[in-house]
Design a protein. Structure first.
Length: 352
């Protein structure tokens, strides 16, 4: 299976990764490859990567999908390898989780594409580690390392939870977030615009018994708003273990845990059955480049998960060419709002 550029850089340095190795935030199947040379474990925040590693034959007892590593699986690692995450504060979180699991004298390795900001992130290794420096670079990727020569601060998950009161579109509730979650610690503007449009929508009669899906749930703001507005139970789906945990924390903070079902899924693969409403600020509209194939796959799949007359609400950057994709899948769409750099779209599942 093809490796990305950071993994190829790790591969050419893999003679240094002997002993027991923990990957934090892996991006492809390289941990399985290294497993032929070392005792390898992988802590995945992405369910897509977790499933990929299972498919290529990495033993499930060496894998974990979750917001933190389960120390009873393994600890006392000789090496921790971290792929540079998009959010800089997530790197701090990954270091905080993994350093107590690292042996004295063990090494932390940070790898990433230059566009990910890995060069500037090297300084985040300096405070907790010694002998920090560049090890190698190739194809616009960099590999840095540092060594643990002192005691690591014990990891306390609660210290990393950000909690605040949020008022949006006529509803007020508590939100919880953790580093690496989309919109961490604040309300995203696109989400606010989407919820304002939903507050004006006439939901079906008996909506409290309807099936609602929040696709790409993030910190749970859309899910929590929908539950407060409709009284319905909510299914919240995300690829990120951190997002799913944040959504669970949000519902718990509002005494609404019984109204929530979380779904870990790459796209809609693990969504079961059909929904009366699918609402999304989709996770595939930002980044260095736009991959329309991901959006196209979502719109095709969502048609299979909407009831007859089921409704889809989408907010996205207004320059993205989503309308023709929606029309191809669902027949037609309506633009509810366009402005401030965003567009809110609505489509309905009609009988063929």
């Amino acid at each position: 299976m093809t490796l990305n550029s950071p993994s190829l850089l790790l591969e050419r340095n893999e003679a240094q990764f002997s002993g027991k190795v923990l990957f934090a935030n892996p991006e492809d199947s390289y941990p399985r490859n290294l497993g032929r040379e070392a005792e390898v474990f992988a802590w995945c925040q992405s369910h897509t990567t977790y499933e990929q590693l299972v498919r290529v034959g990495m033993p499930e007892e060496t894998l974990h999908f979750g917001e933190q590593w389960e120390a009873d699986k393994a600890s006392d690692f000789d090496h921790v390898i971290i792929y540079q995450p998009k959010a800089k504060e997530l790197l701090d979180y990954l270091l905080a989780v993994t350093l107590p699991l690292l042996k004295q004298g063990g090494a932390v390795w940070l790898v990433g594409d230059n566009k990910s900001g890995v060069k500037s992130s090297m300084k985040r290794l300096v405070a907790p580690l010694e002998e920090v420096g560049k090890v190698d670079s190739a194809k616009h990727c960099f590999l840095f390392s540092g060594r643990k020569l002192g005691e690591a601060k014990p990891f306390i998950f609660e210290d990393w939870i950000t909690t605040w009161q949020q008022e949006v579109a006529g509803q007020r509730f508590t939100l919880c977030s953790i580093p690496g979650v989309f919109g961490h610690g604040k309300l995203d503007k696109g989400t606010a615009l989407l919820l304002e449009q939903l507050s004006q929508h006439r939901f079906m009669s008996g909506v409290d018994k309807a099936r609602l899906l929040d696709f790409g749930c993030g910190d749970g703001v859309i899910s929590m708003w929908l539950h407060k507005r409709t009284g319905a139970n909510i299914s919240a789906l995300d690829d990120s273990a951190l997002a799913l945990k944040a959504t669970e924390l949000t519902f718990a903070a509002n005494n609404a845990s019984d109204a929530l079902t979380v779904i870990a899924s790459n796209g809609l693969a693990n969504a079961k059955g059909r929904y009366n409403y699918v609402i999304t600020n989709p996770p595939f509209h930002t980044g260095i480049s736009t991959d329309y194939s991901i959006a196209e796959r979502f719109f095709i799949e969502v048609k299979k998960h909407l009831t007859l007359n089921g409704e889809l609400f989408v907010v996205a950057n207004d320059f993205l060419r989503y309308p023709p994709l929606m029309d191809a899948a669902l027949g037609k769409h309506q633009t509810l709002l366009k402005g401030s750099g965003f567009a809110v779209y609505h489509a309905r599942q009609v009988k063929n």
